[in-house]
Design a protein around this ligand. Structure first.
Ligand code: DX5
Ligand code: ZN
Length: 217
């Protein structure tokens, strides 16, 4: 599958989100980090912002829900027009029902795993998802250092996905930059979230292009 780049607006200027979205017209997705100060020790944005952003950009929204009770909250993000809604395995109590609901509302369904969460207990959910997100930092903040310890899990995930037919996208999120993206590609990831590496650059669109060509080498 072709490489996809999903800039994280967590590293953008929240007062100018429409402009920040427009600054990366070459992005495949806009990654929207929803945090509730319970699942992670940080608070960001929620549904009203996603609803407004949906109208402000034609780039599809890749909503990453770092929240408690995703079973209750994920479907409204799909209803708000998110192209992809990802819930955390550690937080979902009824992942099968929730993932099916996300899909039935027309969005792609994603399952996220923290760095220390093993993939094997969730193998049975592969038939319910369109994307697996492997966190390469502890969720909660941008600008953290990439965790190399996740690389073997990315390789195992790629194997599992191939055995499952190869349709599921494998996303990595956290500390992805021009240096670390290569390791992720080699391990088998194909969708790359990048916050500081894109919005911390003087030319965010050029940073997206650079990440893409780095990943396609
Ligand atoms: C972290 C978020 C990430 C974050 C990545 O909890 O899920 O999406 O924005 O930021 P960088 O790319 O700066 O590590
Ligand atoms: Zn994220």
């Amino acid at each position: 599958m072709a490489v996809q780049i999903s800039p994280s607006i967590l590293a953008a200027d929240f007062a100018r989100l429409a402009d920040e979205a427009a600054a990366v017209p070459n992005a495949d997705w806009l990654h929207v980090d929803v945090m509730d100060n319970h699942f992670v020790p940080n608070l960001t944005l929620g549904l009203p912002v996603v609803e407004s952003l949906r109208k402000a950009t034609s780039t599809p929204l890749d909503c990453h829900l770092m929240i408690e009770d995703p079973d209750r909250w994920a479907p409204p993000y799909a209803e708000a027009g998110a192209g992809s809604v990802t819930i955390h395995a550690e937080a979902a109590k009824s992942p099968v029902r929730t993932l099916r609901e996300i899909r039935s509302l027309g969005a792609r369904a994603g399952l996220a795993l923290n760095p220390a969460t093993a993939i094997e207990p969730y193998e049975g959910l592969l038939g319910e998802i369109d994307m697996l997100l492997l966190m390469t930092v502890e969720p909660g903040f941008g600008g953290q250092k990439f965790l190399d310890m996740v690389l073997p899990k990315i390789r195992r995930a790629r194997d599992l996905i191939e055995r499952h037919g190869g349709q599921i996208w494998l996303q990595v999120d956290g500390g992805v930059d021009a240096d670390t993206i290569e390791r992720c590609v080699v391990a088998g990831a194909d969708v790359f979230v990048a916050g500081s590496a894109v919005y911390g650059a003087s030319d965010p669109a050029a940073a997206v292009d650079a990440l893409r060509s780095q990943a396609e080498r």
